[in-house]
Write a new protein. Structure first.
Length: 362
């Protein structure tokens, strides 16, 4: 990828992040302010804006500014609301959620729907969903990462056409796109085939923000290791931390164990911090330690290239739009589905030639 392509991508991602904070009819910040905030040039930002104007996401008003397309007549201009549920800054960084939002915007343009965004904090009372439905007269919606089935029930109660995207619980009814259940198994099977038997795991279970998905992934790790007769040392399973110093302390304890793991399962959204840790500790990824990540986001800043189980954001949102359209044609439709996962091989997993078959042989 050329430097120009990287800059164009950064500009598009920055503009889309700005749009997250806008409702239809509200203006982008002045271009000079966006240059200062993004540290990107005027031309590259204008190119990104021009592309969104072509997709009818943005419009220019003479001597006024650049606006998120405004609803003119409800009967002639359709609107789709993306509700970022249980939001704890996950739409403010370049991560899996932002990739979903980018594909949502592209899908809205293809479906000739005007997008609006709403962010509802994890801590917000359930009544806040009632308030935005009433205030903005929501009729079509995609609910991104809701943490409670009651959120879905509110949208049902108001007769809204919607689809749920990656709920943090298992929904009673659809339409919903859920996380593919075999992600951790695929990661571990890949490592197992490459001879690894001592495997560490950085889990994302947080008692303060209950998520069935995270609990099931941690459970899947322990189940796989048990079923294959492999012991897991306490130091090999650690909790993630957004604080780099704390994550480093936990990784230090993991690699101070005897024996220490030969491979590590991580999530994409803190993969960069793990790479930086390995570099600081002079551990060579793909030789001293093997890594396999989840989600498979494209990362040009990580070397060697990580091996990932690809949980495609494009396919997730494509399926969400498909369920949304089917629900619009059949209000009784309540399918629950998920996409298939694939492995994208990089250079982060080493082949162990003479791997022991059980932990007793380690």
């Amino acid at each position: 990828m050329s430097i120009r392509d990287i800059k164009n991508r950064q500009a598009e991602e920055y503009i889309r992040q700005c749009l997250v904070n806008l409702n239809a009819g509200e203006a982008l910040p002045p271009l000079r302010r966006m240059q200062q905030e993004s540290q990107l040039g005027r031309n590259v930002l204008e190119n990104a804006i021009r592309k969104l104007k072509h997709d009818k996401v943005l419009e220019t008003r003479a001597r006024s500014g650049i606006y998120l397309t405004e609803r003119i007549h409800e009967e002639s201009l359709h609107i789709i609301d993306l509700v970022a549920c249980s939001e704890i800054s996950y739409v403010e960084t370049d991560n899996f959620a932002m990739e979903l939002i980018n594909h949502f915007l592209a899908g809205a343009a293809r479906h000739q729907l005007t997008p609006r965004f709403h962010r509802i904090s994890w801590y917000a009372p359930i009544s806040e969903y009632e308030e935005i439905i009433t205030k903005y007269n929501i009729r079509n919606a995609l609910l991104m990462m809701p943490h409670h089935n009651d959120i879905q029930k509110i949208f049902d109660h108001h007769g809204i056409n919607y689809a749920v995207v990656l709920p943090r619980y298992y929904p009673n009814t659809g339409p919903a796109v859920i996380d593919a259940p075999e992600l951790v198994e695929m990661q571990l099977q890949y490592l197992f085939r490459h001879g690894h038997r001592r495997i560490g795991f950085i889990h994302t279970v947080d008692l303060g923000f209950a998520s069935l998905t995270d609990l099931l992934r941690r459970e899947a790790f322990y189940r796989f290791m048990s079923e294959n007769g492999l012991t897991v040392r306490p130091e090999w399973v650690i909790h993630y931390s957004q604080k780099r110093e704390q994550l480093c302390e936990r990784l230090d304890a993991m690699f101070a164990s005897s024996p220490k793991p030969t491979a590590l399962v991580v999530s994409d959204w803190f993969l960069k911090n793990v790479y930086e840790y390995m570099k600081q500790r002079r551990l060579t990824i793909g030789r001293d330690i093997s890594l396999i990540s989840s989600d498979g986001l494209e990362r040009d800043d990580l070397h060697p290239k990580p091996t990932s189980v690809v949980n495609s954001t494009a396919k997730i949102m494509e399926l969400a739009w498909n369920l949304f359209e089917r629900r619009r044609n059949d209000p009784e439709m309540n399918s629950i589905d998920y996409i298939g996962l694939t492995i994208r091989e990089g250079e982060s997993v080493a082949e162990l030639k003479e791997a022991p078959q059980t932990c007793d042989e380690i």
